[in-house]
Design a binder for this molecule. Structure first.
Ligand code: ZN
Length: 320
């Protein structure tokens, strides 16, 4: 550290530094020690993390070296990645924020342009990929497809159930897309996979059967609960239709339109109550409470037994 000064013209804090002797004259790409080439474009600044609301910069000489492998390149500095205009800590903060918050929040908080956020994410990702093998040690994975561009395009994603991390994603939702993941994984690591969870898509089942024939295929809780919810709604519709055809099940409103009444009206409005988790306090009365309060025998005997199904299923998965 040579000096710390406040730049009145730019209204920023500048820390002038010098690279330690042992880190000097190293190739920016491979970090090998190389002969000095020239002084490059002189001193330059790297944006560092703000000090409160004041923007801060690290300033140092950016000399160039001649690397045997990479030619004439700007020499490496320990506080920033090669080719970056921001310090390593700044890059890491932006990359983390991008995973945890919205794009406009990152932009406003860090006072950078959105394309800069993209460039930083690419840089940090390349750095992590060089050090970490995301596909190492996979045992239990989940495969799913997510849509974007208003359901016109799809991404196939793979998560590691043991770490809860996303390990792979690619555009497309078909067999060749997923096959690319298993090809990348290789036969040895495919053989180590014990469990694969997915929805009922045939292309996933076929691909998994081809590459991981010994793995146990499981239905994931999200889809099981969704199927149960859909089935329950079908039963509710049937019950509603039965109820409104009974005497007093419907009446005509002022404009002459037929509207549900009594038990049929309760069933029609019961959709959200049925979906809710029964452990959470409910503001609106349950359909059962409505029926009981009217002091008549419940005309729909099939519903009470089935109404807790989605929540019960959800809890079953949680308890495992
Ligand atoms: Zn090099």
């Amino acid at each position: 550290m040579e000096s710390v000064e406040f730049d009145e013209a730019e209204q920023v804090l500048v820390a002038a530094v010098r690279v330690r002797r042992r880190d000097r004259d190293r190739c920016g790409v491979c970090r090998r020690r190389c002969p000095r080439y020239d002084a490059g474009r002189g001193r330059r600044r790297w944006r560092a993390l703000d000090l409160g609301t004041v923007q801060a910069f690290v300033e140092a000489a950016a000399s160039r070296v001649r690397c045997r492998e990479h030619g004439i390149v700007v020499s490496a500095v320990p506080w920033a990645r090669h080719g970056a205009g921001h310090t390593r800590a700044f890059d890491d903060t932006v990359a983390w924020l991008a995973t945890a918050t919205s794009r406009s929040t990152v932009r406003q908080l860090m006072r950078i342009a959105w394309p800069t956020v993209g460039a930083i994410i690419t840089r940090v990702r390349a750095d992590i990929d060089a050090r970490v093998d995301r596909l190492a040690g996979l045992r239990r994975i989940g495969i799913d497809e997510i849509s974007y561009k208003k359901n016109h395009r799809y991404l196939t994603v793979v998560v590691d159930h043991d770490t809860g991390r996303l390990v792979w994603a690619a555009p497309g939702n078909d067999k060749p897309t997923l096959a690319a993941f298993f090809e990348l994984l290789g036969p040895d690591r495919c053989a180590q996979i014990t469990h694969v969870s997915a929805d009922a898509a045939a292309w996933i089942a076929r691909t998994v059967a081809q590459y991981c024939p010994d793995a146990t295929r499981c239905a994931d809780p999200f889809h099981v609960v969704k199927w149960a919810t859909d089935a329950l709604d079908q039963v509710r519709r049937q019950a509603w239709n039965t109820a409104r055809r009974q005497p007093g099940g419907s009446n005509k409103d002022r404009r002459g339109r037929r509207a549900s009444a009594g038990a049929a009206q309760t069933m029609k409005r019961a959709r959200w109550a049925l979906w809710k988790n029964p452990q959470k306090p409910q503001r609106s009365p349950t359909p059962q409470a409505c029926l009981d309060s009217q002091n008549r025998p419940p005309p729909l005997p099939r519903l009470p037994a089935q109404r807790r199904t989605p929540a019960r299923l959800r809890n079953r998965w949680r308890s495992r």
